[in-house]
Design a protein around this ligand. Structure first.
Ligand SMILES: Nc1nc2c(c(=O)[nH]1)N[C@H]1C(S)=C(S)[C@@H](COP(=O)(O)OP(=O)(O)OC[C@H]3O[C@@H](n4cnc5c(N)ncnc54)[C@H](O)[C@@H]3O)O[C@H]1N2
Ligand code: MOO
Length: 637
């Protein structure tokens, strides 16, 4: 029935075996106009056909003359020259007549008559003349073979008289999305439908790497249809990429289609994500079976498809730049796999810190958010927090250094701040991780974040935030940037069908609650109220179910996976829910005093105090921003 026995080759061994079997790639070349050459790879060295300049030319506006005639000229001894006898007028780029050997700039001339000038400095032979071949000498090598052409190269080649160049043909890369459940973007969605976006990502990657993407129609999970699509693509293309159907499911036909039409050389590599990858040859063309999960697909594309395209282009890809960073959290890894972990980087104080992003193979956003990748070799069980690790970069170092790291409690307004900061400055970013208020306090204490949004209610005093900072970060100078007061309440479905009014309603076992994670301010607020009312958490259905953001709680209710959850007004409204207010709380930003002077923090403060931000808060609803931007030094109170 199913092919459940995947191999577990070591990554490099698998790639070497495959490329050895592929043998020499049959690459072809073509002639193109030099001006169409951007990004193409030269198949032959490019030598200049002419010199540039190809005649002796004036480098300045002025007069061309004979240097001998100027000898002896000085401030005290002006020498007069006559036009057409001693000199001719030239502009920059004009040819220099044979009888002259230098140019004097117009600024250094004293006009004494219509056709006469005086000079007060002697000229040296060849001054201000660009001699033949000063830039490019005829027959000079402009760019070597296997060179990726840049805009400046195009200029030099054309200046050197080369109007046509020989480059490697772009390989045609066939992309076959498979899956009965796949639908085109924009199609009406029913449960079980999956929007095909992988094939569009592949097309963009192929384009970026110098191939020509050719996307085929979505193919159903039907053996014959898959086989005929592979057959067709292997005739029409140089490389074939077939997506999904790679693992052990009932309808995973890709491997049999490849082995029936050609050779399936590898199926299964000891990497994560991406383990069910297939590498085969059909019709003498390489074919890669790419796992369906988008993150797995991304890595397989980056590791194998890119390398294949580069082979066709004879292009040696650059290794990605790397930085050393300190792990903020322990990262566990399986001994079975070489793992690729997406990492978020921050530049805090004067060092890089790295936090792992979601590890799920379906977490597309982890790729959007990632600044780099940490590779954990197969035989390593994991890495402890505090370890210095090497990260291969996906983002520019300067962008990472211009990013405010924000770790702590979640509120939809953090996304608003992030968007406005970048839109208004064009330079700074804000990246946020939602780990709850206590997580934010820990990150601030450990110098893993610049700012920590928190809302922590002191159960004894009823005051927010300050006592927690004094208690948990006593030895650091911390400020509070006042942000908003926000309404917390129950998010329920429209019309509040279960008539939930207050915390006592949660005692009804038939009401399914959805909780926030421990350490979040919202969780503290719940526990505080339950304690006050003597309600036992274990008597609440769903108390154990934890979500990490207000929006995730709202989504659970909207989806009828739960009947209510505690959260902010704006999240309820965004998800089309009703909202039963229970209290106001102070949502503030804690920050180390030492970061207050950083320009990006100053920009953030001005966004926080801007009319534009307040308007957005009014639109979201449920926020009081009367104190936004006020700064409180925690030590002095
Ligand atoms: N019993 C087992 N199940 C699975 C195993 C396993 O070893 N044993 N491996 C898992 C791993 S790891 C991966 S990776 C996936 C590979 O899945 P397939 O290549 O067979 O692909 P599908 O099952 O068809 O799809 C999986 C998933 O991928 C997304 N997808 C698929 N195509 C697209 C597309 N064109 N655009 C966007 N997203 C796509 C979608 O979420 C599918 O649900 O198998 C595991 N299972
Ligand atoms: O190998 Mo799968 O590709 O881990 O998710």
């Amino acid at each position: 029935m199913q092919n459940v026995y995947l191999s577990n080759y070591e990554l490099n061994e698998a790639i070497d075996t495959y490329f050895e079997r592929l043998g020499t790639i049959n690459k072809s070349t073509e002639k193109i106009n030099t001006w169409d050459g951007l990004g193409r790879v030269t198949a032959q060295p490019v030598y200049s056909l002419i010199s540039s300049p190809h005649y002796n030319s004036s480098a300045m506006d002025g007069i061309a003359t004979l240097s001998e005639k100027t000898f002896g000229a000085s401030e005290r001894n002006h020498i007069e020259l006559i036009e057409n006898k001693d000199y001719v007028v030239v502009d920059t780029g004009d040819p220099i007549p044979k009888e002259f050997d230098c140019v004097i700039m117009v600024e250094d001339l004293i006009r004494t008559g219509k056709n006469k000038v005086k000079i007060y400095n002697a000229a040296i032979p060849w001054q201000n003349i660009r001699p033949i071949g000063e830039d490019i000498v005829e027959s000079q090598l402009i760019v070597p073979t296997n060179h990726k052409i840049r805009p400046v190269d195009i200029g030099a080649m054309i200046a050197g008289g080369v109007n046509e160049i020989s480059v490697y043909k772009k390989p045609m890369v066939g992309i076959i999305p498979t899956g009965t459940e796949l639908v085109e973007p924009g199609a009406p969605l029913k449960v079980g439908d999956i929007i095909d976006f992988n094939s569009r990502v592949f097309m963009s990657q192929v384009d970026e790497w110098g191939g020509i993407p050719k996307r085929y129609e979505i193919v159903k999970d039907d053996y014959d249809e898959i086989k005929s699509a592979v057959k067709r693509a292997s005739k029409e293309c140089d490389i074939v990429l077939i997506n999904a159907g790679s693992s052990a499911g009932r309808e995973d036909y890709t491997s049999s289609a490849i082995s029936d039409l050609g050779d399936l050389i590898i199926h299964g590599v000891a990497i994560k994500p991406g383990k069910p990858v297939m590498m085969g040859i059909v019709n003498n063309k390489p074919i890669i079976g790419i796992p369906g999960y988008p993150v797995s697909a991304y890595f397989i594309m980056d590791i194998i498809a890119k390398r294949l395209i580069n082979e066709y282009l004879s292009y040696k890809a650059q290794m990605p730049s790397t930085v050393m960073a300190t792990l903020t959290r322990r990262v566990m890894s399986s001994l079975k796999y070489h793992e690729f972990v997406r990492m978020k980087l921050g530049y805090i104080g004067d060092k890089f810190v790295a936090a792992p992003l979601s590890r799920g193979a379906g977490a597309t956003m982890s790729l959007v958010k990632a600044d780099g990748v940490l590779e954990i070799p197969q035989h390593v069980e994991g890495l402890e927090a505090g370890t210095e690790v090497k990260i291969s970069l996906m983002t520019k170092v300067s962008d990472i250094k211009n990013t405010i790291v924000c770790i702590g409690s979640h509120d939809p307004i953090i996304d608003t701040l992030s968007d406005m900061l970048h839109k208004n400055t064009g330079k700074y970013f804000l990246s946020s991780a939602h780990v709850g208020s206590m997580g934010g306090i820990t990150a601030l204490k450990n110098e893993e974040t610049h700012i920590a949004p928190i809302h922590l209610l002191d159960m004894d005093t009823g005051e927010y935030n300050i006592s927690y900072i004094k208690k948990y970060i006593p030895d650091k100078d911390i400020c509070i940037i006042k942000c908003v007061k926000r309404i917390q309440g129950f998010m329920v479905r429209k019309e509040n069908p279960l008539n939930i009014k207050d915390f006592t309603a949660l005692q009804d076992k038939s009401i399914r609650f959805v909780n926030r994670q421990r350490g979040s301010g919202t969780r503290l607020l719940l526990d505080y109220n339950l304690k006050k009312l003597n309600i036992e958490p274990r008597n609440i259905t769903g108390y154990q179910r934890e979500e990490f953001t207000h929006l995730a709680v709202a989504a659970a209710v909207a989806n009828d996976d739960a009947d209510c959850g505690l959260g902010v007004y704006s999240a309820a409204i965004l998800m089309g829910l009703d909202f039963i207010p229970v209290c106001n709380e102070e949502y503030d930003i804690a920050i180390s005093q030492e970061y207050m002077e950083q320009p990006m923090i100053k920009e953030l403060l001005s966004v926080l105090k801007s009319r534009e931000f307040f308007d957005k808060l009014d639109e979201l609803g449920g926020y009081d921003y009367s104190e936004a931007g006020k700064i409180i030094d925690v030590e002095r109170g």
